[in-house]
Write a protein that binds this ligand. Structure first.
Ligand SMILES: NC(=O)c1ccc[n+]([C@@H]2O[C@H](COP(=O)([O-])OP(=O)(O)OC[C@H]3O[C@@H](n4cnc5c(N)ncnc54)[C@H](O)[C@@H]3O)[C@@H](O)[C@H]2O)c1
Length: 487
């Protein structure tokens, strides 16, 4: 096997990489960005002479990926995997790669203050915004935000770093840039704007005012399933290419990107690589968050409890398949505003993507950070049903699945490794309550997840209680079978 540093350049893109200009800085060089936004930029550079390059930045975690990327001349492999076979491309659009804690904050701020930087994009996971998922507002009491506000010139959070960079740009007489979230949140542009402006106001009101005039926050809907990279994935890619590439990533062939066309200093011609530029992303975001991400979370909690480690294994259980499709079409689709999309075909295409045996998408991975995901994936739809008086049995089962999952012990008595920014609060509620009604009541009191409205709504509480009781009594597999039989 060849070493990546020497060998990837043999497969390097055909375009002249020296022409690339750092016009985008991306915060969060994780698996998703590598296989999504960077691939769009690579297609544009390859097929349309685009010179839009990326400075790739990690702020928290991912030190090794930045070091590895630099070591291999900022080239890496993206594999598209389907049951029929895998294809690879070497992506070359990274012009720089930095880690705030390795290269220093100043290097990151300098990169963000390059005059030609027009777009700062983010995939920092939902919890990286330090907002309340229930309200979308910045949590000023979040320990990292509180620390950044105490020393705004030495920020660690993405919000703090963006505001510090904008302060420097203002002081240097430079223009602003657009900040584009590519994380899975409804109105991700609005959430980003809220947290950036709230933080900036707390630092300097004049700066906040300047940001309001100089910076836009386009929303996006992003879609491509990119499972966490495993040693097996890297080995499979190495077997295909003959090169060990530790930055490689594998994803499904499908990709979609809907972008609000609202940029202050220009943008790549993403539409030439298949993206849709629109005036309002919200209907598309809602569709994807509720139908895809909502059913993914449903399968993740109930599938994990049933002993199914992967989404495609859930799909082999006819009852899980039927329940996931019914959740999408009976309980999520009616809540959507999107027009002109055949939602039945969309649901079928999602089920077909979940069946991809090559993806090996772990239920445990999707189950992570549930506190940040439940509101937009399930609870907003439940609010819609409560207002209309319509039924939502599968959404109730999904919420109950999360509650049963965060008990921390699976149906075989094995410990579940819970990964969630609210893990301590959740664990305290679990420790204080008996499994059953008391457990449901205790978890519902987490207002950062359930808001102030849902815990006081008797229809909501009874719906979740009932589903939780079925789940406890029968276990996940039989519970899903019972719900599927009733469809
Ligand atoms: N993987 C997918 O299939 C997929 C699909 C659509 C959208 N997304 C979105 O992309 C996000 C990232 O997914 P991924 O697969 O790249 O995950 P990943 O674990 O590979 O990468 C996470 C990235 O976020 C950064 N990060 C984590 N916590 C942070 C914090 N508190 N502040 C700043 N940076 C932080 C890490 O440095 C890393 O670069 C998801 O949370 C989701 O919102 C992912």
């Amino acid at each position: 096997m060849e070493n990546s540093a020497l060998s990837l350049s043999r497969f390097a893109p055909q375009y002249d990489r020296s022409r690339l200009v750092t016009r985008c800085v991306h915060l969060g060089f994780g698996a998703f960005h590598r296989a999504h936004q960077a691939v769009y930029a690579d297609i544009l550079a390859t097929d349309h002479h685009s010179d839009w390059g990326y400075c790739e930045v990690n702020l928290i975690g991912g030190e090794q990926q930045i070091a590895d990327l630099n070591r291999q001349d900022r080239l890496y492999t993206v594999a598209e995997m389907s049951a029929e076979g895998w294809t690879t491309r070497v992506v070359g659009v990274a012009t720089q790669a930095l880690h705030a804690q390795v290269d220093g904050l100043d290097a990151v701020l300098t990169a963000l203050c390059q005059p030609k930087v027009a777009i700062v994009s983010l995939t920092i996971t939902e919890k990286g915004y330090c907002h309340s998922p229930a309200t979308g507002e910045l949590m000023r009491e979040h320990p990292m935000i509180a620390a950044d506000l105490a020393r705004p010139e030495q920020p660690k959070t993405a919000v703090g770093v963006i505001v510090a960079a904008l302060a420097r740009r203002k002081a240097a007489g430079l223009r602003g840039f657009s900040v584009m979230s590519c994380d899975n949140m409804p109105e991700n542009g609005h959430v980003t704007r809220n947290v950036v402006l709230a933080y900036a106001h707390a630092v300097d009101a004049a700066l906040a005012q300047w940001i309001e005039g100089e910076v836009t926050f386009p929303s996006t809907m992003v879609d491509r399933i990119v499972p966490a990279v495993t040693p097996e994935t890297l080995q499979r890619i190495a077997d295909l290419t003959g090169i060990d590439d530790p930055v490689a990533v594998a994803c499904e062939p499908f990709r979609q990107w809907v972008i609000e066309d609202n940029f202050v200093a220009g943008r790549p011609e993403w539409e030439k690589a298949g993206a849709e530029l629109v005036t309002d992303v919200l209907p598309f975001e809602e569709m994807k968050l509720r139908m895809l991400n909502g059913s993914h979370s449903f399968l993740a909690y109930l599938g994990y409890l049933a002993g199914y480690p992967l989404i495609n294994i859930c799909m082999e259980d006819q009852n899980f398949r039927a329940a996931a499709r019914a959740l999408m079409l009976n309980e999520q689709a009616p809540t959507l505003k999107v027009k002109g999309v055949d939602l039945s075909r969309y649901a079928d295409s999602l089920i077909a993507r979940y069946e991809n045996t090559a993806l090996a998408h772990r239920t445990w991975q999707i189950a992570m950070d549930g506190s940040q995901k439940l509101p937009q994936r399930m609870l907003d739809s439940i609010r819609w049903h409560l207002a209309k008086g319509s039924n939502w049995p599968l959404l109730a089962l999904g919420v109950a699945g999360w509650m049963r999952y965060v008990d921390g012990v699976d149906e075989q008595g094995n410990a579940i490794e819970i990964s969630d920014p609210l893990k301590a609060d959740i664990a305290a509620k679990v420790a204080q309550s008996e499994q059953g009604t008391a457990r449901v009541q205790a978890l519902l009191s987490l207002t950062a997840i359930f808001g102030d409205d849902l815990p006081g709504n008797p229809v909501f509480v009874e719906g979740v209680m009932q589903a939780y009781r079925v789940l406890l009594e029968k276990g996940a597999k039989a519970a899903i079978a019972q719900y599927a039989a009733a469809l």
